[in-house]
Design a protein around this ligand. Structure first.
Ligand code: AMP
Length: 307
C-alpha cells in the first residue's frame, strides 16, 4: 500500500566534529521518502523554490518516488543550518528559513487523497492538518514534530494529536510536550493526548515505543563512527512506516518489527553526511544489517546455541 508524506524539503548546511556540508539536499520528507521507498510506493507533498536543482528532482524520480506533489513555488527553497555538539546527540539550529513553506497550501492529487498510509513529517502543524484534512479515509496516520513547533504552535499540534494513530518525537521534545521529565510518564501522557502509539527517539540510545498496554525498546545499532546524525529520525520513520505499509497490518508484532527496520535504516544514514548514504543504499545491505541487529539483541540467537 502506498504512503503519502508531507514534510520539509530543504537545503541544509550541517557542521559536525567530522566536517560539514553546505546546501545539501535534506528536509524531513526527503529523508523519509528515501528510506520508505525500500518497502512501499511513496508520494511526496512539499514545496521547493525556483532554485531547486533539477538533479535533486531526478534523484527522487530515479528511485521511484512520486514527485508530482513537489510543488515549485516562487521564492527560495527552505534553508536549515545546524551545528552538532561533540557528543552528536545535541545540536543548535543556527538558522531556519522556511521560505516557500511559509504559505504553502497544497491541494492533493486525487490518488493522494485516497492514500491508506499518511506520514505528516516535521513541518508546521497547520500544514500537517491541511494535508490530513484532504485524505478521504486513511488507515494509519503517523506524525513527527520538533521543539520549534511545540514552542511555536502548541494549540495546533495538540489539535493534530487527537487525529493521529502514531507520534514520533525525540526525548527532549517528549518532555517539552508533556511537561514530564520521566520518559515513561511522558510517553503515557502523550498517549492520553491522542496517538495510541508513541515512539520516543533517543539518539544513540535507541527508541522507546509505547503501545496501548505495552512498551518496547530497541538500541541504536552501535557504530564505530558517526559522521552526521541529521535526518536519523525521519529515516527511522521512513523504515518504520514503510514496513507497516508493505504488510498492511498494525498488530504488536508488526509494530515491533517496524521499529527494528526503522532503526536499521537510521543506522545507515548517520554514517555519512546528509543523504549520501541513503542514496547509495541497497536492499542487500539493509537485509544484512537487520540480521546483525537481531543477533545483537537476541541472547539465545541460533548462531551461538550449538556451541
Ligand atoms: P532530524 O535530524 O530528523 O530532525 O531532521 C533534520 C531535517 O529536518 C533537516 O533536513 C532539516 O532541513 C529539517 N528541519 C529542521 N528544522 C525543521 C523545522 N522546524 N521544520 C521542518 N523541517 C525542519
Amino acid at each position: 500500500m502506498s504512503i503519502v508524506v508531507v514534510g520539509s524539503v530543504a537545503y541544509d548546511t550541517i557542521e559536525t566534529e567530522r566536517g560539514g556540508v553546505t546546501d545539501a539536499l535534506g528536509g524531513s520528507a526527503a529523508y523519509f521518502a528515501l528510506a520508505a521507498r525500500f518497502f512501499a510506493p511513496v508520494s511526496m507533498v512539499a514545496a521547493v523554490g525556483t532554485d531547486f536543482r533539477a538533479a535533486d528532482d531526478r534523484l527522487f524520480a530515479e528511485r521511484s518516488i512520486d514527485v508530482r506533489g513537489l510543488e515549485r513555488c516562487d521564492g527560495a527553497t527552505m534553508r536549515w543550518h545546524g551545528r552538532y555538539h561533540e557528543d552528536m546527540n545535541r545540536r543548535d539550529t543556527l538558522n531556519l528559513s522556511l521560505n516557500v513553506f511559509a504559505d504553502f497550501a497544497p491541494t492533493l492529487l486525487p490518488d493522494q487523497q485516497r492514500a491508506d498510509y499518511v506520514f505528516l513529517g516535521n513541518i508546521s502543524p497547520e500544514l500537517q492538518e491541511r494535508v490530513l484534512g484532504q485524505i478521504i479515509k486513511p488507515k494509519v496516520v503517523a506524525a513527527d514534530t520538533m521543539n520549534h513547533w511545540i514552542e511555536g504552535d502548541r494549540p495546533g499540534l495538540v489539535r493534530l494529536l487527537s487525529r493521529i494513530d502514531i507520534l514520533t518525537l525525540n526525548d527532549e521534545e517528549a518532555r517539552m510536550l508533556s511537561g514530564e521529565h520521566n520518559l515513561v510518564r511522558a510517553g503515557r501522557a502523550i498517549q492520553k493526548m491522542g496517538p495510541g502509539t508513541v515512539l520516543v527517539k533517543r539518539g544513540e540510545y535507541g527508541v522507546l515505543q509505547f503501545g496501548r498496554d505495552s512498551m518496547f525498546a530497541v538500541p541504536a545499532y552501535p557504530l564505530e563512527e558517526v559522521a552526521d546524525p541529521t535526518g536519523a529520525g525521519d529515516t527511522f520513520a521512513g523504515g518504520f512506516m514503510g514496513y507497516l505499509a508493505r504488510h498492511g497490518r498494525m498488530d504488536e508484532v508488526m509494530l515491533r518489527t517496524a521499529v527494528v527496520y526503522g532503526s536499521v535504516l537510521a543506522s545507515f544514514v548517520v554514517e555519512r553526511f546528509a543523504l549520501e548514504r541513503l542514496i547509495g543504499l541497497s536492499w542487500e545491505e539493509i537485509d544484512q544489517r537487520y540480521r546483525a541487529f537481531i543477533e545483537l539483541t537476541d541472547s539465545r540467537h541460533p548462531r551461538w546455541m550449538s556451541q
